[in-house]
Structure formats: C-alpha cells, structure tokens
Write a protein of this length. Structure first.
Length: 184
C-alpha cells in the first residue's frame, strides 16, 4: 500500500509539474460535515488546504480534524472519538475566471482516537492508517479571495482498529466542506 501511495504522489507531481510552474498558490480553510459510510452520526470537521492550482492541474496538502466523529453504538459508549486526516492530493482541473471545477485524488494518513467504555472495560485506542480520498469541488471567483466547496470520500487502506463495531473493517466516510480560498 505504501508503494501505491508513493506512486500516486509521484504521478501527481509529474502530471502537475507543467501547471505548477505558472500556478496560483492558495490556502483554503474550511468547515463542513462528515456523513455516510462508517459514521455513526453526522459530525463537524475543521481544517484547510494549502497548494498550487495551474491552468490544467494542481497539487494540495489537505488537513481535516473532527473532534466528535464517533458516536455510541449498542455495545460501546464513546466518550471521545476523534479522526484526523492529512492527504497529499492531485487536483485535476485548473484555475479559470469565474468557476473552476476540479477532481481531487490523493493518499495520506487517517488517524483515529477512541476513548470509551465496552463491557465495563475502558477503551483507549489510537490508530494510524494509510488511506486515500477522491472527490471534487469548485473554486468560485477570479480574484485573490474565492469561495471553495468540496465533497470527498475517505477510505483507510488498512483495518482501522480493534473495534470493528465502531469503524467497520476499514474506516470510510464522506466529507462535504465549504470555505473561503485565498489565492496569490
């Protein structure tokens, strides 16, 4: 799986290199909602992206953090269940005047942290997994300040921990976000 993640990143760098040479840099903080997949409740992620977007492609580093991702199940009472994602992405689609749609594809780290109670036994588990994401979005605006909307699906490549009744075999979920992008 590490070779696959490395291959995606190298391919992304090769495809994006001509565009990045004349690319706009951006930083785009966001807030949103996690839903579907292995989520037991809708939760609110916070984060942002930093990257470069050229006329045909770009690259970004995306960070997301959800403090209350996991909810209670029939067998586990979750006191605190967090998920953090750090992904390197290839953005296919470029910067244009007005609306700039793109497809995002990448790989990185999905970190879960679960504290709770199962059968009167305290649970404290932190797990780092390699994972990936795919989705798309839209930059709206042609000036240095733009609106950004985005929907992505995240999936871990490895099993997500000892408690499949919370996360399933491999953690997977959707994330929809919106925010303001700052271009330079």
């Amino acid at each position: 799986m590490r070779r696959l993640a490395a291959g995606v990143m190298v391919l992304g760098a090769l495809v994006a290199t001509p565009s990045v040479a004349r690319a706009d840099g951006f930083i785009a903080p966001f807030v949103g909602v996690n839903f579907g997949g292995d989520t037991t409740k809708n939760s609110t992620p916070f984060g942002g992206s930093l990257g470069f977007l050229g006329h045909t492609a770009g690259v970004e580093l995306d960070f997301g953090y959800t403090p209350n991702f996991f909810g209670n199940t029939a067998t586990i009472h979750v006191d605190d269940g967090k998920v953090a994602t750090v992904m390197g992405n290839l953005l296919i689609g470029g910067r244009h005047h007005g609306a700039s749609p793109y497809i995002a594809l990448g790989a990185g780290l999905i970190r879960t942290n679960i504290d709770g109670l199962k059968d009167a036994i305290d649970i404290h588990e932190t797990k780092n997994n390699w994972g990936g994401n795919i989705g798309g979005g839209l930059f709206i605006g042609s000036g240095p300040v733009t609106f950004r909307g985005d929907v992505r699906y995240f999936k871990s490549f490895d099993t997500s921990g000892s408690f499949p009744e919370i996360t399933g075999d491999k953690l997977g979920f959707w994330r929809a976000t919106a925010g303001i992008g700052f271009m330079w």
